[in-house]
Design a protein around this ligand. Structure first.
Ligand code: AMP
Ligand code: ZN
Length: 108
C-alpha cells in the first residue's frame, strides 16, 4: 500500500488522531497552517474531488457533517473555521487521497 493517507487510515503510519469511525479518520496536519489544522479523510481511497463519482454523494455528505462535528468538538464552530479541498496540481494537492482541511482557532 503506497498511499500515505491509506497507511494512516490503517494505522501503519502514526498520526495524532482526532476522530475515527468505520468510514472516516481525522488527524492533525503535520505542518499546521493555524492553531487548529485537522485533516479529515474517508478510509476508502479516492484520489481527489475530481475523481469523485455520483455514487459517493452519501460519503461526501457525511464527510461535511463530520467536519461540522469536529469543528464543534474543537470549540471553533462559533469563532469560525475554513474547510478546504485541494484538487489537482494547480491547487497544490500533494497527497492523492481525498482530504478535507479543517482550519481555525485563530483569525485566518
Ligand atoms: P494537500 O496540499 O491538500 O494535498 O495537503 C496535504 C496535507 O497533508 C499538507 O497540509 C501536509 O502538511 C499534510 N501531511 C503530509 N504528510 C502528513 C502526515 N504524515 N501526517 C499528517 N499530515 C500530513
Ligand atoms: Zn489512499
Amino acid at each position: 500500500m503506497s498511499c500515505l493517507f491509506c497507511q494512516i487510515a490503517a494505522h501503519e503510519i502514526h498520526s495524532k488522531i482526532k476522530y475515527e469511525d468505520d468510514d472516516f479518520i481525522a488527524f492533525d496536519d503535520i505542518h499546521p497552517k493555524a492553531k487548529i489544522h485537522i485533516l479529515l479523510i474517508p478510509k476508502k481511497h479516492i484520489h481527489s474531488v475530481a475523481a469523485l463519482e455520483d455514487s459517493d454523494v452519501n460519503l461526501v455528505g457525511k464527510l461535511i457533517l463530520k467536519a461540522r462535528d469536529i469543528a464543534k468538538e474543537q470549540g471553533i464552530d462559533l469563532s469560525g473555521f475554513r474547510l478546504v479541498f485541494n484538487s489537482g496540481p494547480d491547487a497544490g494537492q500533494i497527497v492523492d487521497h481525498l482530504h478535507l482541511h479543517i482550519i481555525g482557532g485563530e483569525k485566518l
